[in-house]
Design a protein around this ligand. Structure first.
Ligand SMILES: O=C(O)CCC(=O)C(=O)O
Ligand SMILES: [Fe+2]
Length: 202
């Protein structure tokens, strides 16, 4: 059931925005994305990430020892990324509040024990466009800080079907996933969490 919008340090969280049937339909479309563009474990200068990733859309987010960037081709298959699934685009159009569609859809796969350190999303060209993030599967502890590094933070559990929007003054806040509660959802075969993050990169 959809709940009241929650605001966490300027980040809008829409609890239960995507109902159970729509979550299952989205997962099926994401499985097709992963078939065309296999998930990879990014290795950054800090070592391998615990989150596995793939992308859809014109540009995918790619990380390796040279750094990270948006790229038009999957680094392993050499193929363009598959199109952004319709079910995912529909969520963007419903909540983003802009007339432009995203050109990047990052799919983050959190298997047991995976997490994501505090960071800003700042590889895009125009921060007036929001970042829209969709949670599927196991619930995750999402931490939000400030635009500046350090300082106080606040946290919320993101559950399957929740949507978060980072826009306006909250577009560049630091954020991360501290942990995922294994077994809290049965949506994803093999367990875990999928986060789908939509961005206008330009
Ligand atoms: O998994 C999440 O909810 C956050 C993902 C994220 O911050 C990112 O991909 O930049
Ligand atoms: Fe992020």
């Amino acid at each position: 059931m959809r709940g009241e919008e929650i605001e966490l340090r300027g980040v809008k969280v829409l609890p239960g925005f995507i109902d159970a049937d729509a979550q299952a339909a989205m997962l099926a479309e994401l499985r097709e994305v992963a078939r065309a563009a296999p998930v990879m474990r990014p290795v950054t200068r800090r070592g391998p990430m615990s989150v596995q990733m793939t992308s859809a859309g014109r540009l995918g987010w790619v990380a390796d020892r040279r750094g990270y960037r948006y790229a038009p081709l999957h680094p392993e298959t050499g193929a363009p990324w598959p199109p952004i699934p319709d079910s995912v685009l529909a969520v963007w159009r419903a909540v983003a509040g802009v007339a432009v569609d995203p050109d990047s859809c990052l799919v983050n796969l959190y298997r047991e024990g995976a997490k994501m350190g505090m960071h800003q999303d700042r590889d895009e060209g125009d921060f007036s466009y929001p970042v829209v993030s969709i949670s599927l599967g196991d619930e995750a502890l999402f931490r939000v800080g400030s635009v500046e590094r350090g300082g106080s933070t606040a946290s919320i559990w993101l559950r399957s079907g929740d949507v978060a929007v980072m826009s306006g003054a909250a577009r560049l806040v630091h954020h991360g996933i501290d942990r995922v509660r294994a077994g809290s959802s049965t949506l994803i075969p093999g367990g875990g969490r999928i986060n789908v993050t939509l961005r206008v990169v330009r």
